[in-house]
Design a protein around this ligand. Structure first.
Ligand SMILES: [Zn+2]
Length: 308
């Protein structure tokens, strides 16, 4: 079964996740619900007698310090990037994200539990055509040698390089075309990471309170402290790709283009998206996709169903 990449997708049924918030340390819950065509990714929260909601787009970003926080006047939600990454990485266009607290649960520090939940709920193909943002000319931003660039390409590709002055990481580089299969197997399992030397400083400013060896790779002076070790030799750079896919979901459209990021982070990603919006000659919204594009979806019919 070859699936129609030109159509929009939602979940087949709702799926619930609970855990702790990485930064608040408090209990965090989130439920993903199926949503109609052209909904996009919409966060919602029961408040007073009603349900408040907003669409997760660039203009809803309120903080990019270490994690991405989105919000409106009624409520905000922190550490959204791993969940957003799993949603778009698995090819979902339309979903309601219902939260109860102020942060998305960190779970194991990767997007793997979200991907497994999405897999168990299944995907549903919808009637409307999917719109893509097609990059026609390159757009780039810099920050003292750190760089983020979007370039034309016939598919969604990510190239990411990182450098940390620590013998456990040093230079790492990752490049791939991001199909759902590549996302699920090569990117989603990579966990967030931090340096032991940074943990106390982060806690003193109210961050990383929920962080532990259960939900992050922690790097000490002589190497990784987690007993189970790494999931990939280059898990660190893969996690940066995971974060970037989540951040760029805020454009509101899947990307036909190549994202190149060099020692980038949430705030530079945010600046690149702003620069892109301010350069309308460099992109267009299209429903036409090249036939050469690698399938975004698994061909597993138990996972994906279509309207009869
Ligand atoms: Zn992350």
């Amino acid at each position: 079964m070859r699936l129609n990449l030109a159509k929009q997708f939602t979940l087949r049924e709702s799926v619930y996740f609970e855990g702790v918030g990485l930064h608040s340390g408090g209990r965090a819950e989130v439920t993903l619900h199926p949503a109609p065509e052209a909904t996009g990714i919409v966060f919602m929260k029961a408040m007073g007698r009603g349900m408040e909601r907003f669409r997760a787009t660039l203009d809803r970003v309120v903080d990019t310090q270490l994690a991405t926080t989105v919000g409106n006047r009624q409520f905000r939600v922190a550490t959204v990037e791993h969940l957003l990454s799993a949603i778009v990485g698995m090819g979902i266009d339309n979903v309601f994200v219902e939260i109860s607290g102020e942060e998305i649960p960190v779970l194991d520090g990767s997007a793997k539990p979200f991907v497994e939940g999405i897999r168990s709920a299944g995907l549903l193909e919808q009637q409307s055509p999917r719109s893509w943002i097609k990059i026609k000319e390159s757009v780039s931003v810099n920050d003292y040698g750190r760089r983020a660039v979007l370039l034309p390409s016939d598919e969604f590709e990510v190239s990411c390089s990182i450098y940390f002055d620590h013998r456990t990481i040093q230079d790492q580089f990752f490049h791939n075309s991001i199909s759902a299969r590549v996302y699920e197997t090569e990117i989603a399992p990579s966990r967030t990471f931090g340096f032991l030397s940074e943990v106390n400083r982060l806690r003193s400013i109210g961050l990383a309170r929920g962080g532990s060896l259960e939900n992050a790779v922690v790097i000490g002076e002589f190497g990784v402290l987690n007993r189970e070790g790494l999931r990939f030799e280059d898990e660190f750079v893969r996690h940066k790709v995971l974060d970037a896919i989540g951040d760029f979901s805020l454009l509101g459209y899947p990307i036909l283009g190549q994202l190149v990021i060099d020692r980038s982070g949430h705030s530079l990603h945010h600046r690149l998206m702003m620069a892109l919006w301010q350069s309308p000659s460099c992109w267009e919204i299209t429903t036409e996709i090249p036939t050469s594009i690698s399938p975004l979806y698994s061909e597993d019919s138990r996972f994906v169903s279509t309207h009869a």
